[in-house]
Design a protein. Structure first.
Length: 384
């Protein structure tokens, strides 16, 4: 067994202050900051800029971010970084922003662009240099600050750049940035983290270490997500969701995600559905199908879901857990079927074809997800 993670993870209220120590340690002179446009409008970058000003550090701030970033957007950021030539990059935002920073930190000092280093179609190998970075999430879901994966839309689906060097130099998870999230964003990001955890738990690559992290994350999210989404002032619940996101990230980075993510990628690639919502709408339907392959393990989660197990076999318990997944998605106000996103029945073939390309993810599923199984999951999710 082994557990891989960024070398430095800082979590807690006002952990943004750690930037003071980091810039001193690195003797940083020029910093490139990438953040979501709304965060700059809301003044969320104020503390970071103030710290840099206090240390006399020059910086350039870009808000050139898009949700579900395309390969082209990734290359735009790489060119911005190459032009400014910083010695440190800070990313503040959701998973899309952090993925852009991870890719730029590594590829800006290499030849070529994103397309050259994609898992499925790339033609170059990454070198061993990078620009150091600080990754700072503003949602409690993607765990992009924990992993070495940067995901990009490729037109009809998604592909990823992965490399151990893409792990954050420093990850700072300050839950304060999540306090003002709109309910829908908070819900989608939290269910995204929940999906990371439960898929890691049932992954064929799971270990006792990842199981401990995954079950801890599942419990924290299940017990706090409703209040964290709907009660704007319940900062304790939001802090718990933030911690759970780290645990989920560490579990899935080491054990891997599987069918839910594989089927979610085409929803983002083809229909631009946000990643967290893509996972949420598919989560119960995938587990409704695959539970027969992992019921002995899945049923171990019964205490978290407060399910009475007396006199019940593992399949019965697992079926009740699947119902809890349906309820969870509904409780936090997320759509429960694909029709909500204006997906048509004849789109199922396109989705199925593109999901089959996600071999990196599909191999981790406890149930082999063949074409007919994938088609059925999409059909079930379409009909609701």
């Amino acid at each position: 067994m082994k557990l891989i993670s960024p070398a430095h993870i800082h979590h807690g209220v006002d952990s943004t202050d750690k930037i003071n120590d980091i810039v001193k340690e690195m003797d940083a002179k020029k910093v490139y900051i990438l953040c979501d446009p709304i965060l700059e409008e809301l003044g969320s970058t104020g503390k970071i800029k103030s710290i840099l000003d206090d240390h006399g550090i020059k910086y350039e701030l870009s808000t050139n971010v898009m949700a579900e970033p395309s390969v082209e957007k990734g290359n735009e950021i790489i060119e911005e970084v190459r032009k400014y030539d910083p010695d440190l990059i800070i990313g503040l935002g959701g998973g899309s922003t952090l993925d852009l920073v991870k890719a730029a930190s590594l590829i800006a000092v290499q030849d070529g662009g994103i397309e050259n280093y994609l898992n499925l179609t790339g033609d170059k190998k990454l070198g061993k240099e990078k620009i150091p970075n600080i990754l700072m999430p503003t949602t409690s879901g993607t765990s992009a600050e924990i992993t070495d994966i940067a995901v990009f839309s490729t037109g009809d689906s998604k592909d990823a750049v992965t490399d151990p060097l893409m792990l954050a130099t420093y990850a700072i998870i300050d839950p304060v940035y999540t306090y003002s999230l709109p309910p829908k964003v908070a819900a989608a990001s939290s269910v995204d983290a929940f999906t990371h955890a439960i898929e890691a738990f049932t992954s064929v690559n799971a270990t006792p270490i990842t199981d401990t992290l995954a079950t801890g994350a599942i419990e924290k999210i299940y017990n706090n997500v409703r209040e964290g989404v709907w009660d704007a002032k319940n900062f304790e619940a939001k802090n718990e969701l933030s911690a759970a996101s780290i645990m989920a990230g560490l579990s899935f980075y080491n054990a891997g995600v599987a069918g839910v993510h594989a089927l979610a990628y085409p929803l983002g690639g083809n229909f631009k559905i946000p990643h967290g919502e893509s996972n949420a709408v598919l989560l119960p339907y995938v587990y409704n199908i695959i539970q027969k392959s992992c019921s002995n393990k899945l049923s171990k989660l019964a205490p978290i879901f407060k399910i009475d197990t007396a006199g019940k076999d593992s399949m019965t318990i697992s079926s009740e857990i699947v119902q809890k997944l349906f309820n969870l998605v509904e409780d936090v106000g997320l759509p429960r079927n694909l029709k909500y996103y204006d997906i048509k029945e004849n789109d199922i073939e396109l989705l199925t074809k593109n999901a089959l390309k996600q071999t990196r993810l599909l191999v981790r599923s406890p149930l082999e997800l063949k074409e007919e199984v994938i088609r059925k999951i999409y059909t079930d999710a379409f009909e609701g």
